[in-house]
Write a protein that binds this ligand. Structure first.
Ligand SMILES: Cc1ncc(COP(=O)(O)O)c(C=O)c1O
Length: 463
């Protein structure tokens, strides 16, 4: 059993063994009850330490993928694996539902950082601090706008990004998702029409559909939304809002160019358009940059931020910045629907921001992402993939194989235990595309490299 462990990879060896074993179990259709080769054998064949292999097997036992029998080593417990796939059918927004997923597959198309990248020390310390010293943080409701100590910190960060507002115009939310939900349900009504980018964030499309808001699509270019198409849409359909990702757009990784941002704001003024700037990947960029909110935040521009991508998606802390009237309406709906955000999570985040631990964390993440992005772009070039606008930061590269169509690429991905984003997820109308969202943090894994290399060997379709 060859596991192909890469000792140079950032992913810890034990995690690589876990992933490789789970992947082998799925691919080989090993029947339940099958005995695994002994820990000693697996370690010897793969030049690994027995303790690493044993630890990986124990983790798979904890996940229900293997069972441990006294004196008989490890046994495949496949039903548990299948059940796990059914339970958690979507591993990430944009994943193919029917592909399911196990812990063993490499989530190349996913929207967040791998667990192995997450740092626990500072976060655990802040959690302990709040639980030991902040009784209100542990037990009380938060205030309608959110914890003042946190909003103060967010205010400082916004200033660094040239977004100048009063603190009273910052509202904390349970992730950017709650921010978007409050905006859609409070400021739009069923039958309204808004502009969304194509490709774009799939859960936003679902949210708009849920609230009966219809979508018209503007193509996303490497510099932002296509301005000529946007103007034509505004003239023709008179939509009431537009949703835009400014930095490191999901899924293309592209960012707004200054001239495009200026023009969007001019058009918004002319056509009375509400602009919602969703900037959840903001902290993967340091310092100022082109943001719509920095060019003037008033009642026509709403800014949405989040700490999910950098610190923790589990804490669920995000925020909305808008004009005074909009903020008070959103705060009212937030209180009616959820009694406010989690004070505990807000306190933990405020403590990490105040101590500087968060700032250092994102510096490390940016450096690591920058290294991996360079390497990933090289792998893609070697495999002759076409890359959309070569991103300079953030999590994503949007790319497609020049040699194979989606079906062929997907087949290769399955062979190597790689989970792709679905062909239709990033289109507002679920139109299929050959383009793939590639998460930089997963792209240098040996399985991803092997997958890309294999697509380069695929022959082009004969006509
Ligand atoms: C563009 C975009 N907006 C919003 C969100 C939701 O973020 P949160 O986890 O803060 O709710 C995501 C998450 O993937 C996203 O990609």
């Amino acid at each position: 059993m060859e596991l192909r462990i890469d000792r140079q990879a950032m992913v810890p060896v034990v995690q690589q063994i876990v992933d490789a074993l789970a992947c082998w179990l799925r691919r080989g259709e090993v029947p339940p009850g099958t005995r695994l080769p002994s820990v000693r054998q697996i370690a010897r064949i793969n030049l690994l330490s027995q303790s690493s292999v044993a630890e990986a097997c124990e983790r798979l036992v904890a996940q229900g993928v293997l069972a441990s029998r006294h004196g008989a080593g490890f046994i495949v417990a496949m039903p548990a694996l299948a059940a796990q796939g059914q339970q958690d059918c979507r591993w990430f927004e944009g994943a193919e539902v029917k592909q399911g997923g196990t812990s063993g597959e490499l989530k190349l198309g996913c929207g967040g950082l791998p667990e192995s990248w997450r740092e626990t020390d500072d976060l655990s310390y802040a959690i302990r601090q709040v639980s030991r010293t902040d009784m209100a943080g542990l037990f009380n409701y938060s205030t309608p706008l959110g914890l003042p100590a946190l909003r103060q910190q967010i205010h400082k960060r916004l200033k660094h990004m040239d977004i100048v507002v009063e603190e009273s115009r910052i509202l904390t939310t349970a992730g950017a998702s709650q921010g978007l939900d409050l905006i859609v349900r409070t400021l739009f009504k069923p039958g309204d029409c808004v502009v969304v980018e194509n490709p774009g964030y799939s859960l936003l499309f679902d949210l708009l559909r849920l609230h009966g808001v219809s979508m018209i699509e503007v193509p996303r270019t490497p510099r932002g939304p296509d301005i000529e198409v946007l103007e034509a849409l505004l003239v023709k359909y008179r939509p009431s809002g537009i949703f835009i990702n400014s930095f490191y757009h999901n899924p293309t990784g592209s960012s707004l160019a200054p001239a495009v941002a200026q023009r969007v704001l001019q058009l918004a003024k002319t056509y009375g358009l509400l602009v919602i700037e969703d900037d959840v990947y903001a902290d993967f960029h340091s310092g100022p940059g082109t943001r719509l909110a920095a060019l003037g935040i008033d009642d026509n521009v709403i800014y949405v931020g989040s700490y999910s991508k950098t610190l923790s998606s589990s804490l669920r802390v995000g925020f909305v910045v808008a004009g005074a009237g909009v903020i008070s309406r959103l705060a009212e709906v937030k209180m009616i629907s959820s009694m406010g955000a989690s004070r505990f999570c807000e306190s933990v985040l405020a403590s990490l921001l105040a101590s500087g631990a968060y700032r250092k964390l994102v510096q490390r993440q940016r450096q690591r992402l920058s290294n991996d992005r360079e390497a990933a772009l090289q792998v893609l070039e070697d495999a002759e993939w076409e890359v959309f606008g070569k991103p300079v930061g953030g999590l994503f590269i949007w790319a497609r194989s020049r040699r194979s169509d989606y079906a062929q690429v997907r087949k290769q991905a399955q062979r190597f235990g790689v989970l792709l984003s679905s062909a239709t997820a990033f289109s507002p109308t679920a139109e299929a595309s050959d383009w793939q969202r590639i998460n930089v943090a997963y792209a240098c894994d040996p399985r991803a490299r092997a997958f890309f290399q294999a697509t380069a060997r695929d022959r082009p379709q004969a006509f």
